[in-house]
Design a protein around this ligand. Sequence first.
Ligand code: URA
Length: 248
Amino acid sequence: MPRGRSRTEVDPRRIACLHAMGFPAWARRPGSVLPGAPPELRDTTPATRAPAAEDAGSDAEVGSLEWDALEARVSACVLCPLHAGRSRTVFGVGNRKAEWLVIGEAPGAEEDRRGEPFVGRAGKLLDAMLAAAGHARSQVYIANVVKCRPPENRDPQPEEAACCAPYLDRQIALLRPKIILAVGRVAAQRLLQTDAPVGRLRGKIHRHEPSGTPLVVTWHPAYLLRRPEAKAEAWRDLVLAMAAAEGA
Ligand code: URA
């Protein structure tokens, strides 16, 4: 039980997410009686709580967690409905001292099975792109905007991304990369808080806030698999990212 929080209180981060998703944050107190309800309707459910922060061994704010505690917190997360359909969370992988942070959208089926981002065909292409820029997969850090697989591989909803945002923010703060490479529309729009298309966002060096990290947008490797002719543009984005990382 987190210090200072009673058994019947709800995790405040969960309330924030429920608000973001448009649900009233309402919690019934075990043992409570609905107004006007006869005594037989008294709730006799044993007091329960959502599995939350403490399952990761800590009730500290996400913004103060170190890597392992953060990963444990993510793996226990039930803040949005995506948790119900996951096989496992996909926290992120790579060098925790990396200069390059690659951020994609969300785990797909293969990632959900293996617990690692970008392991399917798109992942192979991402590895080749990084290699062309002089980086082995193990040298960079790779994460996604959301840590659980959306059903049918649909785009993550803004509310789901909002629930995951503190985790990604903390990953960025811990890593302090020289460059963020946002791959694809979902990552780019989320990280830059815009609804502009990738075609308008790529080709320049942005700044991620609040970290102040230089950020370059490029096409998602899954898109490049469908449109190989866009690979030349992706290469130009990587050259720009290399320059931005050098200048950082
Ligand atoms: N796999 C991921 O981990 N992220 C994506 O954005 C796509 C595939």
